[in-house]
Design a protein around this ligand. Structure first.
Ligand code: NDP
Length: 264
């Protein structure tokens, strides 16, 4: 069974690498028209080249856009509509985590984290909501983290802001039922991607390979599957929730954590 998104229009924020790019690729392979954004122009151009080399006939659009800049996002929404048409699926993926404990998280860091987790979703939702309301299959799908339910002391601000995003996602799901727009999220564990590659570059033992380093993290953290996830694993869950295959699902989450989820 396909995801039933052929000819539909999807937007992926932060689509230039990692999980976002993996979601872009699945959507393109399924025949959707896909727009994505990121802040770094070169990374964005490289991601577009990568997709077009593999799928030369794909209908795609990219634009540099910081999801924390309201005007930037409004402008992105406007040009996406001009290039690809009315948007059916919005995937809010742009962002990053903050590694810090209570002791070393300054007030400004708390504010930045709260701004990132709320407004990386609120700005795109506002900008694309009219399109989603006009769609027969409108959906918003947020990338969230298992930290929302299972906080970690070394990521105190991110954990707390993730819990707020889960709560917000639930509220939006209920508010948007009247528009026939579904809102769901995925809860990630640890997934191989640029964030982890950057941390790998600063590892203490430079002799450790990527495989050894990631397996070591999985072992130390007690991930039952004993490995980090691959970007395409959460991406498949994202595309499922965004697609008409999940037509009776809203206000829901899919856990993609390799069994790290300890709650019922
Ligand atoms: P990557 O760093 O590979 O990808 C992040 C993407 O978001 C990039 O395209 C980046 O491009 C873009 N981005 C970041 N900030 C902004 C912004 N303000 N405006 C627009 N684009 C932005 O990371 P992942 O694929 O791992 O992360 C994807 C999402 O999953 C993130 O929200 C992350 O917090 C979340 N997550 C990831 C986990 C993991 O283990 N990998 C665990 C839990 C959550 P650019 O920098 O050029 O803007």
């Amino acid at each position: 069974m396909s995801f039933q998104v052929e000819g539909k229009v999807a937007v992926v924020t932060g689509g230039s690498s990692g999980i976002g790019l993996a979601a872009v690729e699945i959507l393109v392979a399924e025949g959707a028209k896909v727009a994505w954004c990121g802040r770094d122009e070169q990374r964005l151009a490289e991601s577009k080249l990568y997709i077009l080399e593999k799928y030369p006939h794909a209908h795609v659009f990219t634009q540099v856009c910081n999801v924390l800049d309201k005007e930037d996002v409004k402008n992105f929404a406007h040009t996406v509509k001009q290039h690809l048409g009315n948007v059916d699926m919005l995937i809010n993926n742009a962002g990053q985590g903050r590694v810090s404990t209570f002791e070393n998280t300054q007030d400004e860091d708390w504010m930045k984290e709260i701004e990132l987790k709320y407004f990386s979703v609120l700005h795109p939702v506002r900008a694309f909501l009219d399109d989603l309301k006009n769609s027969a299959i409108g959906s918003v799908t947020n990338v969230n983290s298992l930290l929302a339910l299972q906080p970690e002391p070394h990521m105190i601000a991110t954990s707390s802001a993730r819990a707020a995003l889960l709560n917000l996602t639930h509220s939006l799901a209920h508010e948007f039922i009247k528009y026939n727009v579904r809102v769901n999220s995925i809860l990630l564990g640890m997934v191989e991607s640029a964030q982890w590659k950057r941390r790998f570059e600063t590892r203490s033992d430079l002799n450790q390979s990527w495989e050894e380093w990631t397996a070591n993290i999985a072992r130390k953290r007690g991930i039952p599957m004993q490995r980090l996830g691959k970007p395409e694993e959460p991406a498949r869950a994202l595309v499922f929730l965004a697609s008409p295959l999940a037509s009776y699902t809203t206000g829901s989450t899919i856990d993609v954590s390799g069994g790290f989820n300890k709650h019922l």
